[in-house]
Design a protein around this ligand. Sequence first.
Ligand SMILES: C[S@@+](CC[C@H](N)C(=O)[O-])C[C@H]1O[C@@H](n2cnc3c(N)ncnc32)[C@H](O)[C@@H]1O
Length: 223
Amino acid sequence: MTPDRKREFVPAPAALPTRGRVLVHAATVYDLVQPFVTLGQEARLNRWLAQQIHLPAGSCVLDVGCGTGLLTVRIAEQHPEVQVTGIDASRPMVDVAIKKRARGNCHFQQALAEELPFEDQSFDLVTSALFFHHVDQELKQRTLQEIMRVLKPGGTLLIADMDRPYTALGWAMSWTAWKLFRQPEIKENMDGLLREEIVRAGFRGLREIAKFSGYIRVVEAQN
Ligand SMILES: C[S@@+](CC[C@H](N)C(=O)[O-])C[C@H]1O[C@@H](n2cnc3c(N)ncnc32)[C@H](O)[C@@H]1O
């Protein structure tokens, strides 16, 4: 076997190098756990997010931090005429997504949110669900700038993530997750920092369009 041929078989790393909290070992149980984490709202949230999308046939959507593709596939199912791509830094998450959810208009690949492997202005809309509380302030900003770069002019950003909780249970869950996982990125979101970073990245018309589960807020903005 030549050295060149050996190089062809180097397996993809389980997690691409990033300060983001990449879920590697959770991949096999993620789909079972997520309905509990969202207080039974996982399917409703992702279905609702997909319903907010109104794009002409042939449009392209990117789902950042797609995990096992729960939102990605909802969009692909509800919009069969649109091409949807999900990216995640975790090889096991992407493997589950491909195995369970890849289809004609639904694609997955391992990639970093802060270094998106796509051409400028290649997507009409970028979504992200429950990803931004996995990255710190600087990576939030770098990711938002990358999203801005790959979005077409006038394209839409649609994010559902942890934010300032609005129920007692939401406060309890967010506070517990912050302390239990020792995840300051969650506290940043609880303090409303993600919305500040979206504006700082240059997005226009930021508005909150829905709330779920006592601790998730959905926001929309344009580039
Ligand atoms: C809580 S999961 C959300 C998955 C999915 N969007 C959902 O709603 O079920 C957060 C995901 O972000 C991924 N992640 C963390 N840091 C990342 C990075 N820098 N780039 C891409 N993905 C990252 C993790 O591997 C994980 O799959």
